[in-house]
Design a protein around this ligand. Sequence first.
Ligand SMILES: C[S@@+](CC[C@H](N)C(=O)[O-])C[C@H]1O[C@@H](n2cnc3c(N)ncnc32)[C@H](O)[C@@H]1O
Length: 418
Amino acid sequence: MMATPRILELASSILSSVTIIHDALVAKQIPLPSFDEDAPERLPHELSDAGDAVLDATAELRDLLLCPISLLHKHSSHNSAVYFQAISRSRIPSLIPPKGRISFAEIANKTTLPEQIITRLLRYAMTFHVFCEPEPGMVAHTKASKALLDADTNDWLRTGTEEMFPAATRLLDAVQKWPNSQEPNETAFCLANNTSQSIYEVLASDPGRAKRFSATMRVLATKPENDPCYITDYYDWAALGPNAHIVDIGGGHGHVSKAIASKFPNIAQVTVQDIPGVVDGAEAGVPEQLKGRIFFQAYDMFSPQTVQADVYIFRWVLHNWPDKYCIMALKAQIPVLKAGSIVLIQDTLLPEPGTGSRWREQGMRSTDLIMAVSFNSRERTVAEWKALLTEADPRFAVKTVTEPKGSALGILVVEWAG
Ligand SMILES: C[S@@+](CC[C@H](N)C(=O)[O-])C[C@H]1O[C@@H](n2cnc3c(N)ncnc32)[C@H](O)[C@@H]1O
């Protein structure tokens, strides 16, 4: 029997998955996907498999139908960064009232950019469903442009276009100048900024850029796939027993620690450790009901740990660091570890190529390159995490690896076998 041609296989997969999505949304009386500015932003969690199947199959079908030059052009265009830069730098979304419309000429007036270039940039954006032109010469929101009304989301886009885009253009120069460097001050970002300081130092010395970067982190942290529910629900905190003590290294303002402490009364104490500028004054943000259980401490994770605890969390911290520094941070914990102490790493687990949803893998590989450009760091596969831990010390024994469905981050539970 002749195999079904790939394009028909893809079309059939699209139809069956779209039917699943349609029927479930209709049954739950949830509006069907649309670009309308008030349309729901995402599919319900339980439809994520069907959503992934459609996104992967439609992308493959589109790429199959493009000629090679068109395919290369589509995926290599720098123009997207330019129009997003214009949109976010001039805060164009905030000029358009929700449910309203405004002319290209008025936008030009308010941004002081020429009308002809505004019109060309926005009409290009509209081909990606960012803004729409409901009548000739008038601009209105779609759900994507409306998301940029949120100041943090606009700052996230600005960080991408003003910081990451120029830095990315220097990646090849950086790896040629400093082959295989493991130093955060020998990066493409450093070349783009003509500095020998790391991204951390550069941002710390410029309040405007630092504020934008913090907003970016807030946008990423509040995405559902980064919700703290995955760390509360996929590790057995209750099994630690009464009077448990956990340390959250690089825990920022403690949003993850707060989620764990709220849910598990057996956790008597959480120490959130981070660099001084982050933890200073953070205790003021501890809710009344958690006071006396959550404490903040200035701690540089490359220096010896001094706090005795049952679990040491590194959540979304180590992927910012090259192997050499991750090994230093892990070794720094050893002085306080006892047999059975747990180091819990919640971080990206890069899939082996082609083993999962392609659009999700593409997102992770894109972040992996951002890590290279900004920090000389990387996203890691499970095998790479294991190798890193063994290199730090063979007594770091990986007990379990969990990849909760819907979570962007996996969980490695590492037991100290010392
Ligand atoms: C991507 S954020 C993750 C924050 C938090 N763990 C979370 O899951 O949202 C990385 C954190 O590592 C902290 N950090 C960076 N260098 C550090 C160091 N040398 N010692 C301790 N924390 C550090 C940063 O200040 C920041 O809060």
